[in-house]
Structures are given as C-alpha cells and as structure tokens.
Design a protein around this ligand. Structure first.
Ligand code: UD1
Ligand code: UDP
Length: 363
C-alpha cells in the first residue's frame, strides 16, 4: 500500500494528479493499480483551506484525518509525528509519498525513515538558500531522507547532486501542480468570478502569507501601505490566507475603497481570478508557477525564490515592498512577450511519477 501524507493547501493541488495516475486512471501509468491510503494530517482544516480542494480536484476522501490543527513549529510537527508513527506501524505502507515543503512533509519523512519505510518526495531539490524560511529547512531535510526524489525543475537536479543525493534516486518528471492547472483550464471561468465579486475588467489579485511578510505588524503595515498605493492604480482583490488575517486587518488593509478582501477562494475560483488579472502580487510558491503557465505578470514580494525558472521562463519578478508600486505600474502597461514553457510542465508529471513509483515497487 502507498500512503500519501497531505496536510496543507498546496499539498492537495500537487497530490491530486499523482493519486489519480496511481489509481490507473491515466494512460501512461501502466502496471498494476496500487492500493493507496490518503492520510490528512489536519494541518489545514478550514473548509476553504482543505475540503474544497478534495471536492474540486477529485481527490479521494482522506482515509484518515489526524486532526493535528495549528501550533508552533515544534508542537505541530511533533503532533503529526506521534500520530503518523501509530498510523504507519498499524498499516505498514510499502512507500510513503510526501509533497512540497510544509511541516506535514518533514514530519512524515522523519517518521517513515526511522521505521525503515521508503519515502518518495514530490517537488524535491527546490532551494531558496534562505534558511530563515521554515520551508527551506523542511525541504533540505526531506530530500536527505528520501529514496525517490521527484524533481519539477532542472536546476533542482544540480542542487541535489551538490548535497550528495545519489543520482539514481532523482527523477526529473515535470510539475504535478501544472498537471492540475492544465486539466482544469476549461473550468476557470473568469467572467463568472468577476461577476460574483463585482470586479472591474482590470484588477490585481494579491495573496500574502509568508511569515516574513505577515507576522510582524510593522512589516505588514508597510505592505498594506503599498497595497493601498497600488489600489489607487487598479482594484485589488485579496483572498486572505488565515495566517495574515488579523495582522493585515489591524494594519488597516480594508481601509481603501478599491481593496476587496475575500475569504480564501476554492481552487477553481482562485485560478479563474488569477487568469483574468492584469497583475498578481504574491509570496506564494505555487502561484509563481501557475502565473508562469497562464502568462499573467507576477510580482513576488520576497528577496529570493526557490523557483527561479518562473523568472527565466515565466512572468515572475522579485520585488521589495518599496519596489512594488513602480513594478505594478510597469506590469500594467508592459506587453508580455513570448515565453518558453519550463521543460516537462506539460500536464503529464502525475503519470510519469506513477510509472517510476510502479517500476520501483515492482523492482
Ligand atoms: C503552511 C506552510 C507553508 C505553506 C502554507 C500554504 C509550514 C511550515 N508552512 O503555512 O509553507 O506555504 O501552509 O498555505 O508548514 N490557520 C487557520 N485555518 C487553517 C489553517 C491555518 O486559521 O485551516 C491559521 C492558524 O492561525 C495557524 C496559521 O493559520 O496558526 C498558520 O497555519 P500553519 O499551517 O501553521 O502555517 P501556514 O502559514 O498555513
Ligand atoms: N490557492 C487557492 N485559493 C486561494 C489562494 C491560493 O486555491 O485563495 C491555490 C493556488 O492556486 C495554488 C495553491 O493554492 O494552487 C498555493 O497554495 P499557497 O499559496 O497557500 O501555498 P504555497 O504554494 O506558497 O506553499
């Protein structure tokens, strides 16, 4: 049995095509259909941060939800580890699959490795080289613990080699988050989302949830000031991640007639809104990738990115808070040129992963 460990919003988007392919539902998968078990850690639990993705992305209902909820890094990671150890001992999976770089990912990899259960990491080898980000800590450690490393972007292969990961473990398969995007293209109805939220033709989508941007009230206040300035240029719609809600609201985010705050959106409505946006302002990892494929200008409010291919092959640009307003002004008038799609971001990463996993388990 293959156990998939999912916990946070981006995990669901990445896992959906992998689980579908392993269910034998896609042509390229080949081999016998594998028994799978979906374990939700409960790291994200609001309906709009979790359930909506299972409904929209055709993910199977979790077989179990560990219900760990929120907490400090140590308490959350520890709670996931304790619950997963029991689960893995009871169920003896032959492989544990983990996704991305969240606390659920590192917790699962650590528990599996110590029980001598092989680990497969989807989205291995991305590096921001910024160890102040919790995700960078998680990624580096997960990659050291993994037996199969599935890479979304070519430079990740070099990062893993530099860290001494055995080359035979590394498989460049493309990007399952883009599988999900491409398979839902027909569902993204920008006009309907605009009508539902009263958005004008030209609008900016903003999302912010990185601790470095939304945890410190002074930093958040600086960003709110810039968001108000860009709202003077075009309406800003912001589905607010629960992490930053309190601090951003207290900094007065809502106090501008052209800033529209929303609850987190479901996947289909969110990407539909992004698709129709003139510019996206974000600090999300996944959104940098999605805008690359959709060709929507993306301004990432971070000093670095673990996804440089979204800059070289996409529409992404890194900006500081101070640089945000001129960058938006420029993006609103610039014409997006022809871009080369990142290699293997072709909607077939899930089936490629399923084939490698199938062969590996057989062999
Ligand atoms: C986590 C990941 C981050 C990822 C993000 C995706 C880690 C260390 N961080 O950050 O890499 O980009 O998910 O969205 O794993 N909360 C709710 N409802 C929920 C979930 C969270 O209200 O359903 C609130 C709680 O106050 C919680 C806070 O959000 O304390 C942060 O949640 P947490 O899962 O710890 O980290 P994220 O910031 O969501
Ligand atoms: N997303 C969504 N609704 C929102 C904001 C984001 O469905 O209101 C999707 C987005 O399209 C992408 C994923 O959530 O597929 C990214 O998650 P997030 O930004 O929370 O995490 P990160 O990618 O930064 O780890």
């Amino acid at each position: 049995m293959i156990a998939h460990v999912l916990g946070a919003r981006p995990n669901f988007v990445k896992a959906a095509p992998v689980i579908a392919a392993l269910s034998g539902r896609q042509d390229l998968a080949g081999g016998p259909v594998r028994e799978q078990r979906v374990i939700h850690t409960g790291q994200h639990y609001d309906e709009r941060m979790s359930e909506v993705f299972f409904r929209e992305l055709g993910l199977p209902e979790p077989d179990v939800n560990l219900g760990v909820g929120s907490g400090s890094h140590a308490s959350q990671t520890a709670a996931i580890m304790v619950a997963l150890e029991k689960e893995f001992i009871e169920r003896s999976p032959e492989l544990v699959m983990v996704y991305g770089d969240v606390n659920s990912t590192i917790a699962a990899a650590l528990v599996a490795a110590k029980l001598h259960i092989p680990v497969a990491h989807v989205e291995a080898g991305l590096r921001s080289f910024d160890m102040t980000m919790p995700e960078e800590v998680n990624r580096r450690l997960v990659d050291q613990l993994s037996n199969l490393l599935f890479v979304t972007s070519p430079e990740a292969v070099g990062h893993l080699a530099a860290e001494g990961v055995e080359v035979g473990r590394v498989h460049f398969v493309g990007n399952p988050m883009i599988d999900t995007l491409l398979s839902h293209l027909d569902a993204f109805e920008t006009e309907a989302v605009r009508a539902a939220h009263g958005l004008p033709e030209r609008y900016i989508v903003a999302t912010l949830h990185r601790p470095a941007n939304v945890d410190d009230p002074a930093v958040a206040a600086g960003l709110v000031k810039r968001l108000h300035e860009i709202a003077d240029l075009a309406e800003v719609v912001m589905p607010v991640h629960p992490r930053g809600r309190k601090v951003l609201t207290e900094a007065g985010l809502d106090d501008h007639p052209r800033v529209k705050l929303l609850e987190p959106l479901g996947y289909v409505d969110f990407v539909a809104a992004v698709r129709g946006a003139a510019v996206v302002v974000t600090d999300s990892g996944g959104v940098q990738e999605e805008t690359t494929i959709l060709g929507v200008p993306c301004l990432t409010v971070r000093p670095n990115t673990e996804r440089p291919i979204t800059i070289t092959h996409g529409t992404n640009r890194l900006v500081t808070a101070e640089g945000l307003v001129p960058a938006v002004e420029q993006a609103l008038t610039a014409v997006t040129g022809e871009r080369e799609v990142p290699p293997l971001w072709d909607g077939k990463a899930g089936p490629r992963i399923a084939r490698v996993v199938g062969d590996w388990l057989d062999g």
